[in-house]
Design a protein around this ligand. Structure first.
Ligand SMILES: [Fe+2]
Length: 414
């Protein structure tokens, strides 16, 4: 994980990440933070508490002598899925928790912050504490993104269609070049995390991957291109779809990306309803829709290894949280980082020789390596210092509420 000697001023870093989380709810009312619109969505208030519980349970309780919990019930309410750490409140019922109040949760954050700062100030040279704190902060950054994607769903269900923030900047409208492909690397390549900074266990071990001859898209697929697929009857053409995808599309009546209106003219955003910008990356699509589009376009999705080999040549920069768009932006750049998480054709599986973290934290990633697809590159609501070429996230193929989009790839002979 993070070598002790490369950790930047731990107490300052801790404070900065925690402050960023609170800045995300600056324009929310307490009532906004309670609502849960579907089982995948957690209330903003729950996110604020759960990331705090993570520090309490995995850093403070094992390492700060005489640490006392603010409230024993929080251990049950804010444990997410760590069965080895104890029982937990049912995920689909998180929206029923009007108590503890937002104010109670903010007090809980302060209680844990004071203890964490005490720990970091007195034992900030302890490698184990630094590694666990780095994991807790990266975990909190993951929940910063989830908080925003979840509140987007919550507000999309409200006829008033509120904006999550009143200070967002609308991305500039930029013309993008025609879709093109570049030759990808071929042969055996070392992929996965390097020892350079923080990484999650699912990015390890670094290992050999075989890349076949291929070409990879030079940018993300846009709204305008996806509209062509819709207009061409893409959603009604069974031969374009995986069997599971065809079943889901018909069961749920999907005819366009999530958040688009029926006329495919406007979309709901974290800044409220806006006109769809044709040159901006298409977003809020399932794996099934990305895969069907790729087939329609005579292409395919890249494997996560093709993606990573290409991304390794790019600078880790893009439309991330700090851009203050909180929405994908049209760009003439390669867009490997930020804007939208990119579906790959790779199942989320362990790398050869993968070993989860020891103890309860082994439940963080490894147990989800079944029936999900790997996504890469971060999104417009991913913290700027939270993404890298080896970073792997994962979603079920029918998920749409995250900022999910795609680029194309092709076999070289096509
Ligand atoms: Fe979590």
């Amino acid at each position: 994980m993070l070598p002790a000697d490369s950790a930047p001023a731990p107490a300052d870093h801790y404070h900065a990440v925690r402050a960023t989380t609170l800045s995300l709810i600056g324009d929310l009312a307490p009532e906004d933070t309670v609502v849960q619109t579907m089982p995948d969505v957690s209330p903003a208030k729950w996110h604020l508490a759960h990331v705090t519980w993570f520090f309490e349970r995995f850093v403070l309780e094992p390492h700060l002598e005489n640490y006392t919990r603010l409230n024993d019930d929080y251990h049950f309410l804010f444990n997410s899925y760590y069965h080895t750490a104890g029982q937990m409140h049912a995920r689909p019922k998180r929206g029923l928790l009007s108590r503890p109040t937002l104010s109670d949760i903010l007090d809980y954050r302060s209680h844990v912050d004071a203890a964490m700062l005490q720990l970091l100030q007195t034992r900030g040279d302890d490698g184990t504490i630094l590694q666990l704190t780095a994991l807790g902060l990266n975990h909190e950054q993951q929940h910063q993104e989830l908080l925003l994607t979840d509140i987007k769903h919550v507000f999309s269900c409200n006829p008033l269609e509120p904006a999550a923030s009143t200070s967002l900047v609308e991305p500039p409208t930029v013309a993008v070049p025609a879709y093109s492909f570049s030759d990808g690397d071929r042969g055996i390549h070392k992929l996965g995390a390097t020892d350079d900074g923080f990484f999650f266990d699912n990015e390890t071990p670094r290992h050999d991957a075989l890349l076949h001859e291929h070409r990879i898209g030079d940018r993300l697929v846009t709204n305008g291109e996806f509209r062509e697929f819709i207009d061409d009857g893409g959603y009604a053409t069974s031969e374009l779809w995986l069997s599971d995808g065809w079943a889901v599309v018909n069961e749920r009546g999907w005819q366009r990306p999530l958040y688009w209106d029926e006329a495919c003219a406007s979309e709901f955003t974290l800044g409220g309803r806006r006109d769809i910008v044709d040159s901006a990356p298409v977003c809020h699509l399932s794996y099934y829709e990305a895969d069907a589009f790729a087939r329609w376009a005579g292409a395919r999705l890249p494997t996560e290894f093709e993606w990573e080999a290409a991304a390794n040549k790019e600078t880790v920069t893009g439309n991330l949280l700090g851009s203050n768009y909180w929405h994908p932006a049209a760009s003439d750049a390669s867009q490997f980082f930020g804007d939208v998480w990119e579906w790959t054709s790779s199942s989320y599986a362990p790398y050869p020789g993968f070993k989860p973290l020891a103890g309860s934290l082994g439940e963080y990633n490894g147990k989800f390596m079944c029936n999900q697809m790997t996504v890469r590159g971060g999104s417009c609501v991913t913290a700027d210092d939270h993404v890298r070429a080896s970073y792997r996230s994962f979603f079920y193929p029918d998920a749409r509420w995250q900022f999910l989009g795609f680029r194309l790839a092709r076999d070289s002979h096509e």
